[in-house]
Ligand binder design. Structure first.
Ligand code: TYD
Ligand code: MG
Length: 452
């Protein structure tokens, strides 16, 4: 059988090399050579058999029919929301995440919940193993088929006879195609196998989920181009030592990328968390210093998180600044602002910040709560647990407004907080009667207000 010819191309200047080497001969950059297919065999593949070689014709945009494509309800509210309303027919969706985070569990759960014929293909587990896992999760569905296979040609022939409405592949790194000689998981194998599934999905309008492993630095393993090829890139993240998992979209051709889904990993699989704010805030018997609640927004979803700080005298010469779930550079900036603008000598103190629940937050609106928790720990005075905070801190110590402040106030009111501290410059429409809104413009005012 004639195999595909491959060659190595520099990703920076495009020079072709006969074999792999560390440095490009032409532009002298390192580690830019990747293997690419230069000639494919003409043997029948998915595409060839479907006579797709006819050239496409341009259509007027208002003549293109989209009516017949309702979204498929995945049976999982969180996933539906993250995808922008359900699974799109013909979409290729890539789900990445660290090993053991729950990718296989999530997709198996979808396979059992969704109300259509599903083919779940695993290259990592046997049919028995998957069955045992599924027994932990939910009652067996009578439309869920399991296949243990890694060769794409065999998968396609099974798909042709079974005609499923949804295909799940766990994982793309275990797939291999006959047309390429390299081992599974290599760049050209991943690219080619994904391309085959894209052709399949676009031709038949069957949606496909692909699981992708990620590398040490959090990228989906394989060429970056993989993320360009697919329609949706999802990331399943979380701290393995915590039970919360967050499903995020990195790319979505059919919806917003700002939505997140929150799950809790239980012994019976993943459970959607409907009210994350209540879960992310720890219960305490007594009042403790160094805690503050921030009203943040993830996507369009308001979320209350608890910030904990510990300020203590530095044992070594250089004080430590450590943060979990919060950007350390931003923490250093806040400490500098506190020192310069509010006169707190924290230069000789160790400062530790932690966001409870194991989640990490990029929203600058939690700045104010971070400052409050640091000051609370520094003075050893607790902040009332009925207060929450939402504002960004500027370099000159000014308290700046944040977007969607009304959503944040509403969420705080809904959860029963008595007061929320916001920037004086926030634009809010009609006042909320159930919660006291306290506008503040400078750090000095905040310190006087909270700590006297
Ligand atoms: P898994 O889906 O195998 O992760 P991935 O495919 O991303 O590598 O999930 C693995 C972890 O989830 C595993 O360590 C055990 C745990 N788990 C539960 O806690 N409850 C369950 O019901 C299942 C199926 C797994
Ligand atoms: Mg897995």
């Amino acid at each position: 059988m004639s195999k595909v010819k491959t060659s190595f191309f520099c990703q920076s200047c495009g020079t072709q090399h006969a074999k792999w080497q560390g440095q490009c001969n032409s532009c002298k950059t390192w580690n830019t050579l990747t293997e690419e297919v230069i000639e494919k065999s003409t043997k029948k593949d998915w595409n060839a058999s479907q006579k797709t070689n006819q050239a496409g014709k341009p259509l007027k945009i208002d003549q293109i029919d989209t009516q017949h494509e309702p979204r498929i309800n995945s049976g999982d509210e969180e996933l539906n929301r993250v995808l922008g309303g359900g699974i799109i027919p013909g979409a290729l969706m890539l789900l990445g995440g660290e090993p053991g985070i729950g990718k296989s569990t999530l997709l198996l759960q979808i396979a059992m919940l969704v109300n259509c014929k599903v083919l779940y293909v695993s290259g990592e587990e046997s049919q028995r193993q998957i069955k045992i896992r599924s027994e932990r999760i939910t009652n067996a569905s009578d439309q869920c088929y399991i296949l243990s296979e890694t060769k794409t040609q065999n998968i396609f022939s099974q798909i042709e006879s079974l005609t499923p409405d949804l295909v799940i592949i766990d994982s793309v790194q275990t797939l291999h195609t006959d047309y390429i000689d390299t081992s599974p998981g290599s760049v050209s194998q991943i690219k080619e196998c994904t391309a085959e599934f894209i052709r399949f999905a676009k031709k038949t309008h069957v949606p496909v989920f692909l699981v992708g492993h990620i590398t040490k630095d959090g990228q989906i393993a394989g060429p970056k181009i993989l993320e360009h090829m697919v329609d949706v890139v999802l990331h399943f993240e979380g701290d393995r030592n915590h039970i919360y998992r967050i499903l995020r979209t990195k790319k979505n051709r059919f919806g917003a990328t700002s939505e997140i889904g929150i799950y809790e990993m239980q012994s019976q699989g993943l459970r959607a968390v409907n009210n994350p704010s209540e879960l992310l805030i720890s219960d305490k018997d007594e009042k403790l210093s160094g805690h503050a609640i921030a009203a943040t927004i993830e996507g369009v979803r308001p979320l209350m998180v608890e910030i904990q700080a510990l300020v203590s005298s530095a044992v070594y010469g250089t004080p430590q600044r450590t943060s979990t779930g919060y950007n350390t550079k931003r923490l250093n900036m806040l400490l500098a602002v506190l020192e310069k603008r509010a006169g707190f000598a924290l230069g000789s103190k160790d400062v530790f910040i932690n966001i409870t629940g194991g989640i990490s937050i990029d929203d600058p609106a939690i700045d104010l709560a971070v400052i409050v928790s640091i000051l609370s720990s520094h003075h050893d005075i607790e902040v009332s647990e009925n207060y929450c905070f939402t504002a960004e801190i500027g370099l000159s110590g000014e308290i700046r407004p944040v977007p969607k402040v009304e959503h944040r106030i509403q969420e705080a009111a809904k959860l029963g907080y008595e007061a929320i501290i916001i920037s004086k410059f926030s634009k809010i429409g009609k006042p909320n009667d159930t919660i006291k809104v306290i506008p503040i413009s400078k750090i000095e005012d905040l310190v006087t207000y909270l700590f006297g």
